[in-house]
Design a protein. Structure first.
Length: 199
């Protein structure tokens, strides 16, 4: 009887960085923008964007969000572009289900201003909704530290894009499904903000 290894087979960190860089540059060129223009719109240093585009290191997820704001691209558009470049491996039968058949992320209950809360909500919603086990079991089966899963689901830790990829794979999601869910959370957060302002 075959047993599932608790460790996922991961591509080299450099390969993930290259896929991210290609996706960002594809979106930038499609909009006819220079690297300087994107950096200016994203309010980041030109060298910081150059490092991302050059795949020189694992990029923080918050930096990815900042660049997408500069490109005026929503999560879903980014997910579709990334899916063509770096399709994620299917790990579960649930991976073939569309987002409409999966559990919906809940409305954010705390300030939503850095993107990490969105990742936290998506990871927890799918882990629980798809019955992938408690935090400890989920962590063990996918080679995560138990404390890491808890920190990510509470938005208490800044993570790199490579770690976001590992969580998407562990949840059995495609890039499109993962980032579609983030868009849903964004819209819920925006609605909550607007409702709060009207009070």
């Amino acid at each position: 009887m075959r047993t599932e290894s608790k460790m996922m087979i991961e591509p080299p960190l450099e390969a993930v960085a290259v896929a991210l860089a290609r996706a960002m540059e594809t979106l930038r060129k499609a909009r006819g923008l220079t690297q300087e223009q994107v950096a200016l719109a994203a309010r980041m240093a030109r060298t910081q964007y150059s490092d991302l585009a050059g795949a020189k290191r694992d990029t923080r997820f918050l930096t990815v969000r900042t660049v997408l704001i500069g490109l005026d691209v929503e999560w879903t558009g980014f997910g579709r572009t990334l899916e063509r470049i770096d399709p994620l491996p299917m790990r579960y039968a649930t991976s073939t289900r569309r987002l409409r058949d999966m559990p919906r992320p809940e409305r954010p209950k705390r300030p939503y201003d850095d993107g990490l809360v969105g990742v936290a909500i998506v990871v927890r919603s799918f882990r629980e909704g798809l019955c992938l086990g408690a935090q400890e079991a989920f962590a063990y089966r996918n080679g995560f530290d138990r404390g890491l899963v808890g920190n990510v689901e509470r938005a208490e830790r800044t993570i790199g894009f490579n770690m976001v990829r590992r969580f998407a794979v562990a949840l059995g999601l495609t890039w499109v499904e993962f980032f579609d869910a983030l868009d849903v959370v964004d819209r819920l957060a925006d609605a909550r903000t607007r409702t709060g302002k009207r009070k």
